[in-house]
Write a protein that binds this ligand. Structure first.
Ligand code: PXL
Length: 278
């Protein structure tokens, strides 16, 4: 069985970061090791939340993994909250990256043209440096724009996206995949570029006119799960688009839904079936 390590916070309620990554990766039949970077009562989009920083644990845990020869088939990072955490995670990559370990970075920090609370343009530039160490990064258009220090342009065309993807790979990562890309109002998907083969790839499924918090974490987690159970990167990018859409459909259909998160739990049986196909 493959084992991954995912490094991100625990938001106790709100369906994001580890409370999403752990069940989704487990559903893929992959062991999910976790390194919690902080414990919050909810994610930071709630009007009130507690925050307990675990930055001081990162190096100790990482060194202990190394001493115990615990290795990982992938290291997947999500929300990271400070410059210090970026530095420590960069060191963790150097220390805990075994041969053939895939590093996947979701540079969670912004959406819809705006940084999330607590993030700055300087942080985005440091995140860009961390992304240079990845095999695959999965920013949305806003995160990509902040990391490259260019204006956010939601009126893009295909040439613009291709150019952006090439620029993202000049950060040093092998592949970049831009999430939430749409060229017509009926479809939404992912556009990726592999700098080693010089190949682009686009896959889209139905676009639904709603926006729920946490879909990015669901996308990245289901992508890593699919990659770890034998899907090629392009096939895993597709699985994650289809699963995220299924989660959104179920959320829309839930009349009693709470005001946060996505009903990914009810879509897990779909994910398990979807993983059996290309
Ligand atoms: O969904 C991304 C995320 C993860 N963790 C925390 C967040 C957010 C987005 O706002 O606040 C703590």
């Amino acid at each position: 069985m493959k084992r991954i390590l995912t490094v991100q916070d625990i938001s106790c309620v709100g369906r994001c970061s580890l409370t999403v990554a752990l069940p989704i990766i487990s559903a893929a039949g992959v062991e999910a090791g976790i390194l919690p970077t902080a414990v919050l009562s909810t994610h930071t989009m709630f009007k009130k939340f507690t925050f307990c920083d675990l930055t001081g644990e990162i190096e100790k845990i990482s060194e202990t993994f190394k001493e115990l020869d615990l290795d990982f088939d992938a290291i997947y990072t999500g929300y990271l909250g400070s410059f210090e955490q970026l530095k420590l995670v960069s060191e963790l990559f150097d220390r805990n990256r075994a041969e053939n370990c895939q590093i996947v970075i979701d540079p969670v920090m912004a959406d819809n043209g705006k940084l999330y609370p607590g993030f700055t343009p300087e942080f985005a530039k440091e995140m860009a440096k961390l992304c240079g160490k990845a095999d695959l990064i999965v920013p949305n258009l806003t995160e990509a724009s902040f990391m490259l220090d260019i204006p956010y342009n939601p009126d893009y065309d295909e040439d613009y996206i291709k150019e952006l993807l090439k620029k993202l790979c000049t950060l040093g990562c092998r592949r970049a995949a831009l999430t939430g890309i749409s060229f017509d109002k009926s479809k939404l998907g992912v556009y990726s570029y592999d700098s080693e083969t010089d190949e682009f790839f686009y896959y889209a499924n139905d676009y639904l006119p709603v926006s729920y918090h946490g879909t990015g974490d669901i996308y990245a987690s289901s992508l890593v799960g699919a990659m770890m159970c034998g899907h090629s990167v392009n096939s895993a990018l597709k699985v994650a688009v289809d699963f995220t859409l299924e989660c959104i459909k179920l959320t829309m259909a839930d009349e009693n839904r709470r005001t946060y998160g996505v009903n990914f739990e009810q879509a897990l049986p779909y994910y398990i079936e979807r993983l059996k196909k290309d």
